[in-house]
Design a protein around this ligand. Structure first.
Ligand SMILES: Cc1cc2nc3c(=O)[nH]c(=O)nc-3n(C[C@H](O)[C@H](O)[C@H](O)COP(=O)(O)OP(=O)(O)OC[C@H]3O[C@@H](n4cnc5c(N)ncnc54)[C@H](O)[C@@H]3O)c2cc1C
Length: 563
């Protein structure tokens, strides 16, 4: 195979334990090509108790954007992060800023009514522009640009005309709905994307003008560097929140409550308001039970500069492909293509990148080498809208979760809603995103039930063993050893053959984790918590990691945390 056709490596070597403090998988995302991990600002770990007005937990786009909106309004903000900044899904995103929503306005209106769909359309349009305003104000070089977004049928219009026509009908309905909500949408017959010269001969598209894209970590690092200079902002990394509880009594306007956040190192942060910007909230059930958890896969493949139209592109498949371009070097751009989603811990990751690569090569014959391939996690609320606002049952603890594939714009919306609400002002969009909403969730009873059954079925892993003997494990792999008489053990053998052992029970609700060969992680099929090969928690709702049960397991956890 010639160099420019280098294909994807689906099963990399195991990285050092510290790698999982920078990102949530063994595979690196394309963003480090022009913005390496070493460019990310560093902050100390919290080494004492402290008081602040607002404590934000998590330093992805939700945390940083909310901090920005609060700090610019004059509030005192402390942000804490369990690992390094941007180590969560934000560092592994694909970076579409879209008001053409993944779930579609027709579906959203069925659950939330036309008013809810209108708020969704308005708020995502706001988010696209808000990022543009911040980019302009702070002169941030991050490839931010407005682009059209195209959604096309997944079917060949000549070979599968019936299915193609069904898709076209659905796309046309979505355009009509979006137009009625004031969005610049249109349906273009005979449309084709410049540079799509291969098969299938794809025509016709729903076109949304006014979408945008950017380099996510360049943007957020610049915002964070600005925040770092503000007297009312402080950040602590390697500081993991283990417990978040409201203290005191408050009945109506009488009394005051504060929030106490306990960290893994034993320190307490006391604040008037807390924001869980942890991608998924750190709780047992509540909104956790109202979401599905999926892995999604991306590759960055070279295409000669100018050979493919600069646009956002999606197809109509259930596990749809999503496409955009980003700068690679003087000669090439990277085409970032994602898709092939599946439920966390329930399917084999190997083969997904290859499938995406084949999809690209069939359609874009000019594509060159695949230089990056990585996966990440997304969350689907059963009623399609993110959960942004007060955590159910709390008065001063906010959550931001349920990205629905549009987590970047949701994060920007969250920044506005939470800052406005903390100031005691009304926000028109708050009700649509309210985590305690009832009506749309009641309308989703059927989906909730089948989701519950699916989740509970994952406890079957209590009766299964991936390996019968540690000897059977090849170097560089992991598996669960489930002796009938003892608790299941998560075992991995490093590339040199040394064995490391952990409890296989997820600390969240005791699901038995699965080995993810591609990302060298342990993934819980019950509620989507994930842990590095060394048991470090890289995705909630679990707050903590897997218990190490031998000295080499403990040593690799120590090495990660001291990085
Ligand atoms: C491959 C992929 C492609 C995507 N593409 C798009 C797209 O094109 N457009 C779009 O809008 N959305 C997209 N999304 C979704 C979007 O990227 C995410 O929804 C968004 O980045 C989530 O940001 P966040 O800040 O909420 O969470 P994160 O970025 O995950 O940040 C959460 C942070 O909280 C920290 N944390 C967790 N627990 C604790 C704790 N106990 N104490 C302290 N800190 C803690 C984590 O370490 C992490 O750094 C995509 C997602 C993926 C994975």
């Amino acid at each position: 195979m010639s160099r420019n056709m280098a294909t994807v490596n689906e099963n990399p070597r195991q990285p050092a334990p510290s790698h999982f403090m920078a990102t949530s998988g063994a595979q690196d995302p394309v963003w480090i090509h022009t913005e390496p991990y070493s460019n990310r600002p560093r902050f100390p770990a919290l080494d004492r108790d402290l008081d602040t007005e607002v404590c934000i937990i998590g330093s992805g786009i939700s945390g940083i954007q909310t901090a920005y909106e609060l700090v610019t309004r004059g509030h005192q903000v402390v942000m804490i992060e369990a690992r390094d900044i941007l180590s969560g899904e934000t560092g592994r995103t694909s970076g579409h800023l879209a008001s053409s929503l993944d779930d579609g306005y027709t579906n959203i209106a069925q659950k939330h009514g036309d008013q809810g769909a209108l708020y969704a359309a308005q708020s995502h349009s706001f988010a696209i522009d808000r990022v543009g305003e911040i980019v302009k104000k702070h002169d941030i070089e991050c490839e931010y640009r407005k682009l059209p977004g195209y959604t096309i049928s997944q079917w060949d219009r000549r070979k599968q005309p019936k299915k193609h026509d069904e898709d076209v009908k659905m796309l046309k309905e979505e355009v009509v709905k979006a137009k009625a909500l004031g969005l610049p949408a249109d349906f273009k017959e005979g449309f084709s994307v410049k540079g799509w010269d291969g098969e299938p001969d794809q025509r016709d598209a729903a076109v949304f003008e006014g979408q945008a894209t950017f380099h996510p970590t360049k943007y957020l690092i610049a915002v964070l560097n600005w925040l770092k200079q503000q007297p009312n902002f402080t950040c602590y990394t390697h500081t993991r929140a283990m417990n978040i509880a409201e203290k005191g009594i408050e009945i109506g306007p009488i009394g005051t409550k504060s929030v106490e956040i306990k960290t893994l190192a034993g320190h307490t942060i006391t604040c008037a308001q807390a924001v869980e910007a942890t991608c998924v909230p750190l709780q047992k059930l509540s909104v956790i039970a109202e979401m599905e958890f999926d892995r999604t896969y991306c590759i960055a493949i070279r295409v000669p500069k100018g050979s493919v139209e600069d646009c956002l592109l999606y197809d109509s498949a259930e596990e749809y492909k999503y496409v955009r371009l980003t700068h690679c070097d003087d000669k090439d751009d990277y085409m970032v293509v994602g898709g092939c989603d599946h439920k966390v811990g329930q399917e084999e990751p190997i083969g997904r990148y290859k499938e995406i690569e084949t999809w690209v090569r069939e359609r874009f014959p000019q594509a060159g080498s695949v230089d990056y391939a990585w996966s990440g996690q997304i969350f689907e609320p059963v009623d399609y809208m993110a959960f942004i606002g007060l955590n159910p049952g709390n008065k001063h603890t906010y959550i931001i979760t349920g990205d629905s594939g549009n987590g970047l714009t949701h994060a920007v919306i969250a920044g506005r809603i939470i800052a406005t609400t903390i100031e005691g002002k009304p926000d028109a969009w708050a009700s649509a995103y309210n985590p305690s909403r009832v009506t749309s969730l009641l309308k989703s009873g059927k989906e909730l039930l089948s989701h519950d059954l699916q989740i509970n079925a994952q406890y079957k892993r209590f009766l299964q063993s991936d390996i019968q003997d540690i000897e059977d494990l090849p170097n560089g792999e992991g598996g669960v050893l489930n002796p009938a008489t003892k608790s299941p053990m998560a075992v991995y053998k490093d590339d040199e053959g040394k064995v490391h052992k952990f409890s296989a029970l997820c600390p969240h609700l005791k699901g038995v984790v699965c080995w993810n060969r591609s990302e060298k992680s342990w993934d819980c099929p019950v509620h989507g918590s994930r842990f590095s090969k060394d048991g470090i928690c890289v995705m909630g709702p679990s707050k903590g990691g897997l218990n190490a049960i031998d000295d080499s397991g403990k040593a690799s956890q120590q090495e990660a945390m001291q990085a």
